[in-house]
Design a protein around this ligand. Structure first.
Ligand code: BGC
Length: 487
């Protein structure tokens, strides 16, 4: 696939410079939207460094302490569910501002929590922000990006999520080390864990502020009948194209967004099990992305490695290495998603996950000892770590970014925000189910947990081959038509 500007310059002279300027602009505004991804990663992981101190300070049992972690995921399902509707009603920008404000409120509220119920409340508020961000960033990016770089720009969301996870880990470690422990009293007489939350205020407000500066999505403007404003935005983001091309684009978008009634979740209804087939594909992409167990690595890695005999510092180091690997491999997706396409990447990723998960399950089945005195004899300890990192590589270069890219672009215009909202809500519920069931599965034996995730990875491969359609290089206005229907 060539990298040339798809709409072609009209006037040779300044056309190259105009196209370049437009591309830079699209990249910058996509980066602003992707800050939502940073907050999504940061907010879901920041609790990791704080949970032990909170459990001790509020005297929590394991169920309540687990719920203090996972309640944010339920909030995220609610946020994702409503974000689509709010985005269709009040615009994409307003939703980004709302997300930023929710994050900031949750950061301050959690930092000042005086009891567990009040901490849970603020975590749910932050979770709603996470859900909102998970829907609005891919929607906005897909709607401003030209087809030829849409996959790369969409992958910025995952890059931001992974950097957010890493930043939270690093910031937690820095604060805990400076204070001498997450429970220790430090600056202003607060416990260190309170600072872990409150630092999130800065990126939250930065996001809300920058979201006010970016242009509104041209697709939303056209759906609102604001054709002139939409043409102005299209001119900025498409660069050197003729007025006639802009007009053609506006007409195409108008046709694809045309509707007789207000957008609603009813639009997703269809003949098969109550929903349109494309909506089922979105939901299943989301569910598979979670059901292969990726967040067990990110939420429980320290416990996981300790459970097979690593000491605390080895486990922490392993977790940090994994989170850096997760950031780095996102660049593989950025480099390849618009060239080799979404479907081949998902296929390769599923295959890699099947193999690495199988090796993890086999390694864990070799552990010896019982209770707190367990260990993985060599070479299984090393094989386990290598397999876990290969698993993160297989996920992080493929299913992690590609699912968000696809969810942003695969739905036809009329149902884009609603379809993404439902699929993202399903993703958060699946995340909740997998993360809350893991401790019980791990009690049965880690090999069973990883054996199950391996079987799910096999199913994900079959699903991709049978149900997912390639979207590489296709215009957003052609989604929902059979591939190649419009050359
Ligand atoms: C998923 C998150 C996950 C992250 C890991 C994202 O695509 O949606 O649930 O924590 O990838 O990098």
């Amino acid at each position: 696939m060539s990298d040339a500007h798809p709409n072609g310059p009209t006037d040779a002279g300044d056309a190259g410079a105009d196209a370049q300027h437009a591309t830079t602009k699209v990249i910058l505004i996509s980066i602003v939207a992707a800050i939502g991804g940073f907050l999504f990663g940061f907010d879901t992981s920041v609790i990791n460094g704080a949970v032990k101190a909170i459990t001790d300070q509020f005297g929590l049992g394991s169920a309540l302490s687990g719920f203090a972690v996972s309640c944010a995921l339920l909030g995220a399902a609610v946020g994702a569910w409503f974000a689509g509707r709010i985005a269709d009603r009040f615009g994409r920008k307003s939703v980004m501002v709302l997300g930023g404000v929710l994050f900031a409120v949750s950061a301050v509220g959690s930092a000042f929590a005086f009891a567990v119920w009040d901490l849970i409340l603020w975590r749910v508020v932050g979770g709603v922000g996470v859900g909102v961000a998970s829907v609005i960033a891919p929607t906005y990016i897909a709607e401003v990006a030209p087809a030829y770089i849409r996959g790369r720009l969409g992958s910025l969301q995952q890059l931001a999520i992974t950097v957010g996870i890493f930043a939270a880990l690093l910031s937690d470690a820095f604060i805990a080390n400076t204070a001498g422990g997450a429970a220790e009293i430090t600056w202003l007489g607060w416990e260190a864990w309170r600072w872990m939350f409150v630092v999130g205020v800065v990126p939250s407000l930065v996001w809300a502020f920058l979201a006010l500066q970016v242009p509104e999505s041209p697709r939303y403007l056209i759906a609102q009948g604001e054709t002139q404003k939409a043409s102005d935005v299209l001119r900025q983001i498409l660069g050197a194209v003729s007025p006639a091309s802009i007009q053609r684009k506006v007409t195409e978008i108008r046709t694809s967004m045309k509707r007789e009634t207000e957008p609603s979740l009813r639009d997703l209804r269809g003949p098969r099990f109550g929903l349109l087939p494309i909506v089922w594909v979105g939901i299943l992409l989301s569910v598979f992305q979670q059901a292969v167990g990726i967040n067990v690595i990110f939420y429980y890695s320290t416990t996981l490695w300790q459970a097979v005999g690593f000491d605390e510092s080895q486990s922490l180091t392993t977790s940090v290495i994994t989170s850096v690997t997760n950031v780095v491999v996102t660049f593989v997706a950025i480099a390849t998603v618009d060239r080799i396409g979404r479907k081949p990447l998902l296929t390769i990723g599923s295959m890699g996950m099947v193999v690495s998960l199988a090796f993890m399950a086999i390694s864990f089945s070799q552990s010896v000892g019982s209770g707190t005195d367990v260990s993985l004899p060599q070479p299984w300890g090393t094989i386990g770590i290598i397999a876990a990192n290969l698993y993160v590589i297989s996920f992080g270069a493929t299913w992690g970014p590609v699912v968000w890219v696809l969810l942003g672009e695969m739905f036809p215009g009329k149902i884009r925000a609603a379809g993404l909202a439902v699929a993202a809500a399903a993703q958060w519920l699946a995340n909740f189910a997998i993360s809350t069931s893991f401790p019980a599965l791990a009690d049965l034996g880690l090999q069973f947990a990883y054996g199950l995730y391996c079987i799910i990875a096999v199913l994900s491969l079959i699903f991709v081959r049978k149900a997912v359609q390639e979207t590489k290089g296709r215009e957003l206005e052609d989604m929902g038509e059979p591939a190649g229907a419009k050359a």
